[in-house]
Write a protein that binds this ligand. Sequence first.
Ligand code: 2AM
Ligand code: CA
Length: 272
Amino acid sequence: MTPPTPGDLDIDARYACAKALALEAAQLGMDFYRRREALAVEHKGSDRQDVVSIADKRIEDFIRARLAERFPEDGFLGEESGSADLQARCVWVIDPIDGTACFVNGLHTWCVSVGLLVDGQPHVGAIADPNHDELFHGCRGRGAFVNDTPLAVSAATHVCEGLTGAGTFHPRGKEHFIPFLQKLLGEGGMFIRNGSGALMTAYVAAGRLIGYYETQLKSWDCLAGLVLVEEAGGRVNDFFRNDGLLHGNPYLVAAPGVYRQLAQLIGPSLDG
Ligand code: 2AM
Ligand code: CA
């Protein structure tokens, strides 16, 4: 028997749905964002910087219900409500608000991220940034775009030629981060952190950043963006090893001309 291929599935319908859903969820996010002073904010676990609001939960419920209605046979993994049917050929991996700390503090760098795994591979991604009217989207084999403009990664061949995204969170904190920054600066590079892993990944696909390193990221923060980076000609690390889908991993995406240099500056913790 021949193995199943993505061609057996209705990828067109899922790609269209990912884009429409990300845009609609982002408008819902804007409704909450405009009255964010009234939102109750909770802290996740012991990390005081890790926050969640009712907006995150409501938007995820909205996306999950829509997907269940439209593609009842598909699996689901979301930041706020957990997983279902992960053995399905199509698994949606979504973050209702990526950049929640920015969202609750009135910083405009947050987005809705809708990704789709097909047979275990990132296949479709849609990242909606309503503050800047940008929808980043892509589908395996069909390219990546911001709105209607095709994306291509940077042509940089040394880290001194552009900006590198860098981020960390307390559980993996300083030890995997400060040495990297020191070495990056030592090479004449420069870093930026905007608080949204999905947006920084989209910016690598768009050539705005030459690369992006995060000491530890969750799959819902990056899955949609991984499709965009690969379709835009970039390189990505082995993020899915050791159950990365469920537990996360260190994360690097970059233009091909600087990937190796950044990986060396990070050291063995990247894919170790
Ligand atoms: P979030 O806004 O959805 O929480 C910023 O550096 C990135 O780290 C964001 O994409 C943010 O996602 C993510 N992040 C927040 N808390 C995290 C944690 N405890 N572990 C890993 N990533 C986290
Ligand atoms: Ca989130």
